[in-house]
Design a protein around this ligand. Sequence first.
Ligand code: HEM
Length: 82
Amino acid sequence: MQEVLVFIMAEDLRSQRAYLRFETKTHQDYGVQPHMYENLLLAVRDTVKEILGAHWSEDYELAWSGRLDTLLQEISDAWPED
Ligand code: HEM
């Protein structure tokens, strides 16, 4: 979870790109499928949203969906061919 939060909160995601590609490859060997990343990342977002309650805002919604879309695109691009 610590590494998941680093990817979500990194100010400059480019500095994390090599590590994200590395983990995507190792995770394929664990049997992880691409859609599982989406489930995990959306669950983290929904948990934060629920905890913030009325403090959640449109700005947060946009920021989260922008970052999660970028991460999922990076994971998809890094997904090794069988
Ligand atoms: C961006 C998302 C994720 C990050 C940053 C992440 C990070 C990590 C890290 C740091 C490890 C420790 C070993 C290693 O470096 O390979 C690990 C292991 C593992 N992860 Fe993830 N993970 C992510 C997503 C997922 C997802 C979506 C699944 C499946 C639902 C998953 C399943 C596993 C499994 C099965 C292991 C091996 C556990 C073991 O054998 O001890 N991970 N992950």
